[in-house]
Ligand binder design. Structure first.
Ligand SMILES: Nc1ncnc2c1ncn2[C@@H]1O[C@H](COP(=O)(O)OP(=O)(O)OP(=O)(O)O)[C@@H](O)[C@H]1O
Ligand SMILES: [Mg+2]
Length: 370
């Protein structure tokens, strides 16, 4: 690829700069491929050779399309980058050819300045353990819990109300020791009722009424709620992108999502002296998601993240935390993230988590209101 050197020392500097540039690209730990305006491979780094299981020399002799699966969305993205001259990211693209076993990658494509029609393609392999992306799990979890929640709401709430009423009647004429028991019945029925109420989110099949929502206002509201209850003593930091356009969504349900994420973050940082929760927003116009099976691509340019410096998601939770009733907490119902996944999916958005000790980030991607 061509590199611009300062004009007065062009001859002397250019080869060194180009070498340096190649060295930098070779050191990037992700597969990188630079293409010219005709789709021929100009440069590949060693991770790309490993990824495609072909040497750089062989790759350079052919068109890039030859190593991609037939009809791969990457080819369309290359066309888009050329046409609009913008950086494009596509998440969860499957790369499988007769030669290669299927792999799922995030692809980032940018125009190369100075090379007409040149495009730099970078793949980031998604390893389940590393990125803990819960796209598929969350849809599955949502489906399986929807029918169960409907049954529970119907079959449990009504008898529960009867049990509670009966206990209250008995209480009126009961001795003091029996009253302890009737109170226990009331408390436990209340606990079950709350659980069933929380699960009712899953039975809600109404489409989200898309209204413009100022997500900063939602975040401030959640922060205020947290500070005055479970989040006392925690430092809350915001890192908002002031130019963020409104989200397309349902304010109350988005509050529910962020409250659950912030509550989990608060639980995670409890006990740490430097407990901090960082709420961030960013506008990423190039982010798209391919909807499973179809060729439709959703624009999800609004990124909202909740970061904490707690101990991190326990290893045994990492593959299942978005599923209902999965919890590592003594009093946890394990419903928070399942509810989050359901609401985010109803909004046509995505959620993923990256976690390591002292740094856990839950990242939401949401559509913009137009
Ligand atoms: N920020 C976080 N840091 C560390 N672990 C987390 C974090 N968020 C979630 N988890 C893990 O994921 C599990 C599931 O979270 P989820 O919110 O679904 O349930 P819960 O918090 O245990 O219970 P509930 O939300 O119903 O009160 C948690 O028990 C915890 O182990
Ligand atoms: Mg929770």
């Amino acid at each position: 690829m061509s590199i611009k050197a300062p004009s007065q020392t062009k001859e002397a500097r250019a080869p060194i700069t180009a070498l340096l540039m190649e060295g930098v690209l070779a050191a990037v730990p992700h597969p990188l491929v630079a293409l010219d305006g005709n789709g021929a491979v100009l440069f590949v780094n060693p991770p790309a050779e490993q990824f495609f299981d072909v040497s750089a020399a062989v790759l350079r002799r052919q068109a890039f399309s030859a190593v991609l699966p037939f009809g791969s969305p990457i080819l369309a993205l290359i066309g888009q980058v050329r046409e609009h001259g913008v950086t494009v990211s596509e998440y969860e693209v499957e790369i499988a050819t007769p030669r290669l076993s299927p792999r799922v990658v995030d692809a980032h494509l940018s125009p190369i300045v100075d090379v007409a029609g040149g495009v730099l393609v970078m793949f980031q392999e998604r390893s389940i353990a590393q990125k803990m992306d819960r796209q598929l799990t969350q849809r599955h979890a949502t489906r399986s819990v929807t029918s169960m929640a409907a049954i529970l709401a119907h079959e449990i709430k009504n008898p529960l109300a009867g049990i509670r009423g009966a206990a209250q009647l008995i209480e009126q004429n009961a001795s003091e020791s029996d009253r302890t028991l009737t109170r226990l019945i009331c408390e436990e029925t209340d606990r079950i009722r709350k659980l069933v109420d929380r699960m009712e989110v899953f039975t809600d099949r109404r489409p989200v009424e898309g209204r413009p929502v100022n997500i900063h206002e939602v975040l401030d509201h959640v922060k205020h709620l947290a500070r005055s209850s479970f989040g006392r003593g925690i430092v809350f930091t915001d890192n908002y992108d002031p130019s963020l356009p409104p989200v397309m969504g349902d304010r109350d349900r988005l509050i529910q999502v962020l409250l659950n994420l912030v509550k989990n973050a608060a639980d995670a940082v409890t006990g740490f002296k430097d407990a901090e929760i960082v709420l961030s927003t960013a506008f990423k116009p190039g982010v798209h998601l391919t909807v499973g099976g179809s060729r439709d691509r959703l624009a999800l340019p609004l990124e909202v993240s909740v970061r904490d410096n707690g101990a991190g998601v326990p290893a045994e939770m990492q593959t299942s935390m978005f599923e209902p009733f999965v919890s590592s907490k003594p009093k946890g119902a394990g419903l928070g993230l399942a509810i989050v996944a359901k609401i985010v999916s109803d909004h046509g958005g995505t959620i993923e988590c990256e976690s390591e000790p002292r740094r856990t980030v839950f990242r939401l991607r949401l559509p913009m209101h137009r």
